[in-house]
Design a protein around this ligand. Structure first.
Ligand code: EPU
Length: 359
């Protein structure tokens, strides 16, 4: 890696220029641990850095790729766009209202550290989303969620910087078009913001009074086992951490991007048809009458657990997760994913949709 200051070092007290790093190895910056190189990379440590990039004579009009914690990413090739690596720090309690605490966090903060910080401050509400890999800035992009809560249920607003004008905007949750693992930040068409803005800060709303979200099988099981009928937020946090550690691979040890496919949503009629052929299929009725099917169960039923393509493999303990056995390349992950899609389609007539972004 070499460092190329794009402008001469600024005199003291003057706004710093843009530091462009060239030929940066992205392997440490994606949780799958896939090899790829960024031709040019700029670290965004404060919102004003986005403005500096936009105003930069060389970078201003170049295509850009925003990189958060790299936890929802499959890199199949080197990245020619200018990589903006978001590293904005800081967490603070912004406001205490009668109905909620509002917490603001920099987009570069590690999500799990934010969850831990809020609990230490006595601000419960994020505990069900403990240990989800990635950064705060990436959380709204795919509307992360686990054990009965999605980030949209706790989101007040998202602060963004426009990649063309370099201007800031505060987007209330209502305009973020949140859906299951989806948002306005994931799309570039129909007014979507993918590639058009950078999330710099996120404001979370933690409702008061706190009410636990318990209606999930694994939490109910822990309650029954321990006899704790009214767990506090810290207890729920500890349970979720234990459940996730038991069945999901730690990206620091085995490269992965969490669930590789979304759980498909079908009509009641389609579900009945599938149950007719596969009575054991795990499914959850949704409030609108549709039915969510467990993709992990379907992949498992097709016999994929432990199967490999080169260095890419289906995780032994949870078929919804693809892992890097060490030296996987992005193309191998994609080949494995396609083979799984075809096999699930062949048996169930359902096309699985990947969760991560493939570059
Ligand atoms: N199952 C199998 N075999 C498998 C995997 C799952 O039979 O190999 C069955 C399980 O026994 C269970 C059902 O499928 O009955 C669903 O599995 P699980 O409860 O583990 O949850 P999931 O649907 O696989 C979703 C989210 C996870 C989230 C958990 C808990 C998606 C795509 N995934 O997983 O989110 O942590 O629920 O809420 O919605 C992520 O998005 O990266 C992620 C990890």
């Amino acid at each position: 890696m070499s460092l190329t200051p794009a402008s001469a070092a600024p005199p003291a007290n003057e706004a710093p220029g843009v530091l462009i790093e060239t030929d940066v190895n992205l392997r440490p910056y994606n949780t799958f641990g896939l090899p790829a190189v960024a031709r040019r990379l700029v670290r965004i440590r404060e919102a004003a850095d986005v403005r500096r990039v936009v105003d930069h004579p060389e970078l201003g009009r170049a295509p850009k790729f925003v990189l958060g914690g790299g936890s929802n990413l499959v890199l199949t090739k080197d990245v020619d766009s200018v990589v903006l690596k978001v590293e904005i720090p800081g967490i603070r309690l912004l406001e205490t209202r009668d109905d909620a605490w509002i917490v603001e966090a920099g987009a570069g903060v590690v999500w799990h550290e934010l969850v831990g910080w809020t609990l230490e401050q006595g601000l419960p509400g994020l505990e069900n989303m403990a240990l989800i890999p990635g950064t705060v800035g990436a959380a709204p992009v795919q509307n992360i969620g686990a054990y009965g809560i999605e980030v949209k249920d706790r989101l007040e607003a998202v602060e963004v910087m426009d990649l063309v004008t370099g201007r800031p905007a505060l987007l209330p949750a209502e305009v973020c078009r949140f859906a299951y693992r989806d948002s306005v930040f994931k799309h570039s068409d129909f007014g979507g913001l993918a590639g058009k803005s950078v999330i710099t800060k996120v404001r979370l709303r933690l409702p008061r009074p706190w009410r636990p979200v318990l209606g999930y099988l694994e939490i109910e099981r822990r309650m029954a086992e321990t006899g704790i009928t009214a767990p506090d937020a810290r207890q729920i946090f500890d349970w979720i951490v234990a459940v996730r550690r038991a069945k999901l691979p730690d990206p620091a040890v085995i490269g992965n991007a969490g669930s590789f496919f979304k759980n498909p949503v079908v009509t009641e009629e389609q579900c009945r048809d599938i149950i007719g052929r596969d009575p054991g299929i795990v499914h959850y009725p949704m409030p609108d009458g549709s039915v969510k099917l467990a993709a992990g169960w379907m992949i498992d039923a097709c016999g994929w657990k432990g199967k490999t393509v080169g260095g890419a493999a289906v995780y032994e303990k949870q078929a919804l997760v693809l892992v890097n056995k060490g030296e996987a390349r992005g193309a191998e992950v994609v080949t494995l994913a396609r083979a799984i899609q075809e096999s699930v389609y062949g048996r169930f007539g359902i096309r699985l949709e990947p969760e991560p972004v493939v570059v």
